[in-house]
Design a protein around this ligand. Structure first.
Ligand code: OFO
Length: 167
């Protein structure tokens, strides 16, 4: 079944957003590496790889539907975080933005009766719940300890252990 053109444009735009997300998390990994927060650097670098995988899933889906993949220019991410909490807040904000876009796409697939696309997108709907939870829970912990940098260092140490073997 051919995809409605508006839906096709939206899926292509989402592929671009996933590549942008990967770029954003690689930028965050660079920031954390520069300030020697190895755990946060590993977490965000691993997350960048997950975002590439999200882009690939959407890309493969369009190929499977015999639709045209249109790769678009990837914007440079805004950097300039002033501390680790600031960067993790930016990650959470970004995930909320992605959730809104996935929900809009899901709603539009429903309205256009594209049931196959809806089923495919349901994986992304669930994934966004996990992604928001990941950064929200981390941000909550960082806000509890506020300016106590020794506690942020402890969180970094835990993240380093948790993300050591993730590839
Ligand atoms: Fe972070 O979930 Fe894709 O974009």
């Amino acid at each position: 079944m051919k995809m409605d053109n508006t839906l096709l444009d939206e899926v292509n735009a989402q592929i671009n957003r996933e590549f942008y997300a990967a770029y954003l998390y690689f930028a965050m990994a660079t920031y954390f590496a520069e300030i020697n927060m190895e755990g946060f650097a590993k977490l965000t670098k691993n997350h960048a790889k997950e975002e590439l995988n999200h882009a690939k899933k959407l890309y493969d889906y369009l190929i499977l539907r015999d639709e045209k993949v249109t790769l678009q220019r990837i914007e440079a991410p805004d950097t300039g975080w002033t501390n680790p909490t600031d960067a993790i807040q930016a990650a959470l904000n970004h995930e909320k933005f992605v959730t809104e876009n996935i929900h809009r796409l899901y709603k539009n697939a429903t309205e256009k009766d594209d049931f196959a696309l809806k089923v495919f997108l349901s994986w992304f709907v669930s994934e966004q719940v996990e992604e928001e939870h990941l950064f929200q829970s981390m941000l909550d912990k960082m806000n509890y300890v506020e300016d106590c940098s020794c506690e942020i260092v402890n969180i970094d140490r835990e993240l380093k252990i948790q993300n050591e073997y993730v590839e």
